[in-house]
Design a protein around this ligand. Structure first.
Ligand code: GLY
Length: 258
């Protein structure tokens, strides 16, 4: 059974890190309710949901994706680019060690899991304000024995690589050409987001091929449906204000895919 590791929304969410967004009020109870629906949806789609304990003072701790990269062969505990987020790692490592052998990144590497897109044996890492070339080199060093190639990607004005591009199947990416050069992903099929929906590239690939998708992006959703993808829609409006998207809220552990 696939597993989804999640963490409740912190009561400190209003003090979250923001890089490209203006701060605006977040309705905490609505954020909790939307996050609960996200978890219920994962469970309804076959995931065993493992919830880390709430971190009262770690504002961004709901965004567990940034703390780890899980591959079939090992898990890498990241070193988030925002120092405020590094205390989030211990709880993730304590659980992940039950599923995978762990590797850790070290200074000067910084890496947010949101900057990682895995397609087969290629690991793409966004060279963002959070993740750097030293991380590319360290991830390459610990994954080389398993046949991975790690490639840095230049990013536009968005937080993470997964803000700009996500895989929708093993050979296709959904991408915003304002933030990442489509030519970088020329070896794959490329679907572009609707230009009116700049945040629409973020999508969770579920274990059996369906896509968990943010209901806010209806025009891009239609593009995906026209290509034959089946979508499961959820509301993420409150955590969007915290510069977090759907992939940010879980670390998925699949038996055969990263
Ligand atoms: N608020 C999400 C982040 O900046 O890490």
């Amino acid at each position: 059974m696939p597993t989804a590791i999640v963490r409740p929304v912190s009561p400190a969410i209003q003090q979250c890190e923001l890089t490209h967004l203006e701060r605006q009020p977040i309705d905490f109870s609505r954020a909790q309710s939307q996050h609960a629906s996200y978890c219920t949806t994962l469970a309804a789609n076959g995931y065993q949901v493992v919830e880390l304990s709430v971190a009262e003072d770690l504002a961004d701790s709901v965004f567990v994706e940034d703390t780890a990269l899980v591959l079939p062969e090992l898990a890498i505990i990241t070193r988030p680019g925002a120092a405020s987020r590094r205390p989030e790692l211990a709880a993730m490592a304590a659980v992940l060690q039950n599923y995978r052998q762990l590797a850790w990144l070290s200074e000067p590497a910084t890496l947010d899991g949101g900057d990682v897109v895995v397609l087969g044996k290629t690991i793409w890492i966004g060279l963002s304000s959070r993740s750097n070339q030293a991380a590319v080199e360290q991830v390459q060093a610990v994954t080389k024995a398993f046949g991975y190639r790690v490639q840095g990607v230049e990013l536009g004005q968005c937080l993470h690589l997964k803000t700009a591009v996500c895989a929708v199947d093993s050979n296709t990416v959904l991408l915003n050409p304002q933030w990442v050069e489509p030519q970088v992903f020329a070896e794959y099929q490329v679907i572009e987001v609707d230009p009116r929906e700049e945040f629409a590239a973020n999508v969770v690939q579920l274990h059996y091929g369906r896509l968990l998708y943010d209901q806010a992006y209806s025009a891009t959703a239609e593009r995906l449906r026209q290509r034959g993808y089946q979508l499961i829609l959820v509301d993420n409006s409150e955590l969007t204000k915290a510069e977090g998207a759907l992939t940010c809220c879980s670390v998925l552990i699949h038996e055969t895919e990263g």
